[in-house]
Write a protein that binds this ligand. Sequence first.
Ligand SMILES: Cc1ncc(COP(=O)(O)O)c(C=O)c1O
Length: 393
Amino acid sequence: MQIWDIDQLRADTAGCEQTIFFNNAGASLQPRPVVARVVEHLRLEEKVGGYEAADMVADELADVYASVARLLHCAPEEIALQESATRAWDAAFYSFQFGPGDRIVTAASEYASNYIAFLQVAQRTGVEICVVESDSDGQVDIEAMRKLLDDCVKLIALTHVPTNGGLVQPAAEVGRLAREANIPFLLDACQSAGQIDLDVDALCCDMLSATGRKYLRGPRGTRFLYVRKSMLQRLLPPVLDLRAADWVAADRFEMRPDAKRFESWESSAALRLGMRAAIEYALALGLSNIEQRVQSLAALLRERLSAISGVTVHDQGRIRSGIVTFTFEPYSVQEIMRRLKEKHVAVRTTDRFAARIDLERRGLNELVRASVHYYNTEAEIDRFCTILPTLWT
Ligand SMILES: Cc1ncc(COP(=O)(O)O)c(C=O)c1O
């Protein structure tokens, strides 16, 4: 199927029949083949039992690692699969041993859960958190970051595409700085996976976490972590179980040699197979095609919104993602979302709890977030921008 065959892509997307669905940054609509794969496996589990069903699709389950590796351009041994949300990022972050005098360097748009983890570890260990200034485009100031990097910096952590706006951080430039300074680089690609072509070598990142449910269009409860082979020996996973390590003698364990040392034993085979189907779907369309279409639809939405009296679009960055944020004076963002829902339009709101440092620095509290994907259309954008000004009439 071609990315440009929008009718076919929409026919594959049951959820877009009734709704203008602009919440792809929350949890995107799953294509039919993804849902079908999950349901088929659940039916198999119903008939033969969960362990027995997993045995029957063992090769396909092993191939999930290969699919993620193809998406990120890395080796399957560098992938760990996770079920619980932020835990993939946590597995990498909490593997570092920080102490007083050490520093973590990050950017203003860092995601809330990541920053809360920095604060917790700072309280425990005395590590200092340094937030690099943003430049006039709102992205992390590369020169300011360069000046901060010295032997005390033990980690650079960056959110590639923040949850609260259209910014795409210059992750590859940050990665090159990290590489030159020999500092580990942890990239949160939760919002970029599935809408941007990710290559861990081009990004120079050592660890990357992402979710299946957002722009990859996979099921909820699916996540993965990439850890560069050369980093594996330097990280001590914060939690180990019999998946992550072997109990080789009564008083001794050995960690797995690959990234599976960051996994835990129990998992949902159905969801993993669904995520694999979603990744294969995206790969078949081509990530650079997806990237191009998402960015051009989002640019059109920003242009149309800006023409509406009372609307301010708040997105920053030299390159902008599929996430479009705006306010519409004098209305509250919650009320805008509620009234749009009545008109069968799905958007979301975002606030300081999601990315406090960025929104505080910009003097913003709450925004409406309308996030588009490739299966959305120009006609939906037109309709959205026609409905919005009429919500209070
Ligand atoms: C940038 C970013 N990182 C991490 C997360 C957390 O993902 P999860 O809810 O799967 O833990 C989100 C979720 O919105 C996000 O936008």
